[in-house]
Design a protein around this ligand. Structure first.
Ligand SMILES: Nc1nc2c(ncn2[C@@H]2O[C@H](COP(=O)(O)OP(=O)(O)OP(=O)(O)O)[C@@H](O)[C@H]2O)c(=O)[nH]1
Length: 268
């Protein structure tokens, strides 16, 4: 039950006041004009408040959608960046591989895949410096295929190339991991044997000569017998690298003069 002169539970006090002001029994009440003014002001304030709330909600919505848009753009840029990074990684990898292939090409003989002169000279330089530090000597073998021109002349240049490649393989199979065989030019090979005195180098050179004799050329011609001559030298601390190579070359010439298919050691 509503207490007389009070709004019922849950009733809006403004609605209650409006209903009181409209009631005919209050028409002559002297407070009526003042209450009507207050009521009008209250309505106006409520309307303003609602307007403000609407504007605030609206700006919230705008801010929210703006933030979402920025987040989407950020995600998109991030995905793009990931893609670019992946591509750039791939390019870098390709570039590294290309560099490595170029480096290899600059240091390798294209026909046999052996070291070329440049790589051998660099290794000889290192060996010379190492010898000065450790006192260990190295040996050098200059190997030349015997009568190679005959193979070229009889079976053609391609067959000659095949023989050179098989020579390279046969020599390398006799070497240790730290030895280095280079193609010095034409049918001439230079073998660096680090930390190897002459007597030990001689055994290795003989093994190489045997391996050369055992190369099979049956697919080219049954009758070819492949042999090589070797000039062998031990490095001397009092000479430069060129001097050592020169002595190996002289020993090789001597081996050829002595009848080929043989090893000639240079005096130390
Ligand atoms: N197939 C082929 N032949 C080459 C290559 N480089 C050089 N030659 C040939 O190797 C031959 C070397 O001949 P020579 O210097 O007379 O020597 P040789 O016939 O081996 O005789 P000796 O060394 O005196 O036993 C020449 O015919 C060159 O043309 C090459 O890369 N491929």
């Amino acid at each position: 039950m509503t207490e007389p002169g009070r709004p019922s539970a849950g009733e809006d006090p403004v609605a209650w006041l409006e209903s009181l002001l409209c009631a005919p029994e209050h028409r002559d009440n002297p407070l009526l004009p003042a209450l009507e003014v207050l009521l009008a002001r209250d309505r106006e304030q409520r309307a303003r408040l609602e307007r403000l709330l609407r504007i605030s909600d609206c700006s919230h919505d705008v801010a929210r959608s703006h933030t979402q848009e920025l987040l989407q753009q950020y995600d998109k840029q991030l995905r793009r960046l990931e893609k670019i990074t992946r591509i750039s990684d791939r390019y870098q990898q390709n570039l590294l591989e290309l560099n490595e292939r170029l480096r290899q090409a600059a240091l390798r003989d294209p026909l046999t895949g052996l070291a070329n002169r440049r790589l051998l000279m660099a290794r000889l330089q290192e060996e010379q410096e190492r010898q000065r530090r450790t006192g260990e000597v190295f040996s050098l073998a200059m190997l030349d295929v015997d009568h190679f021109k005959r193979i070229n002349d009889a079976f053609g240049h391609d067959a000659g190339d095949q023989v050179l490649c098989r020579m390279a393989g046969a020599i390398e199979r006799q070497l240790r991991r730290y030895d280095l065989c280079a193609r010095w030019g034409g049918e001439e090979f230079l073998i660096l044997l680090p930390a190897t005195p002459l007597a030990q180098a001689r055994q290795m050179a003989e093994r190489v000569m045997t391996a050369v004799r055992e190369i099979s050329l049956a697919d080219i011609d049954e009758a070819i017998a492949l042999t090589a001559s070797i000039g062998l030298v031990q490095w001397r601390p009092d000479e430069g690298i060129d001097g050592t190579i020169q002595r190996a070359d002289s020993a090789l010439i001597q081996a050829k003069r002595n009848g080929r298919d043989r090893l000639q050691m240079a005096p130390s």
